[in-house]
Design a protein around this ligand. Structure first.
Ligand SMILES: [Fe+2]
Ligand SMILES: [Fe+2]
Length: 179
């Protein structure tokens, strides 16, 4: 799923939400969920890598990659929660921080691509044990959540901020879109 494939009707629901409520929703529904998902996935990946290290399709390096994603995401989400989201909720639309967050989203998409490559697109091998199947199902859900998370921020939360910024010309909050 990419930004383009999140259904426009679904995005319209988020578009209609007040900005402060949308930032709170993003934290509760996506940030906190990633913080729950990733430690479990890392532990399970370690177990699979240990137990099945002689299997030809063993996802060597998966736990390390998930750990790197967790660190990147945690740093990113903290910046959103502590700096950007309070500004958006307060009617301030900083173009610099938004551009930085969008660049980091691109990096997250690249890390998702590597994650899918490591896991054969989340397809466990024939005869895989229940834990291996559960790991890939969990990763599949995490990837879907993260795609949706990024799409809503890029297409609704940050875009909404730019549109809202147009209403504040001459008030120190120009979006830059008119230049
Ligand atoms: Fe976020
Ligand atoms: Fe983000």
């Amino acid at each position: 799923m990419t930004t383009q494939t999140v259904h426009s009707e679904a995005l319209a629901v988020y578009q209609a939400m007040p900005k402060k409520a949308l930032t709170e929703f993003m934290v509760e529904h996506f940030h906190e969920k990633h913080r729950t998902q990733l430690p479990d996935l890392i532990n399970l990946a370690r177990k699979i890598e240990d137990v099945h290290n002689d299997h030809s399709e063993c996802p060597a390096g998966l736990a390390e990659h998930l750990q790197a994603m967790y660190q990147e995401l945690e740093s990113h989400m903290m910046k959103e929660e502590q700096i950007l989201f309070p500004m958006l909720a307060g009617g301030i639309y900083p173009q610099g921080p938004i551009a930085v967050m969008e660049e980091e989203h691109d990096q997250h998409e690249q890390m998702i691509a590597q994650l899918l490559e490591l896991t054969n697109q989340c397809n466990a091998p024939r005869g895989a044990c229940g834990s291996w199947i559960m790991l890939y199902e969990g990763i599949n859900e995490f990837v879907s959540d993260l795609h949706q998370h990024i799409a809503i921020e890029n297409s609704v939360l940050f875009k909404k901020a730019e549109e809202a910024g147009k209403g504040h010309h001459g008030n120190g909050h120009c979006c830059g879109g008119c230049q």
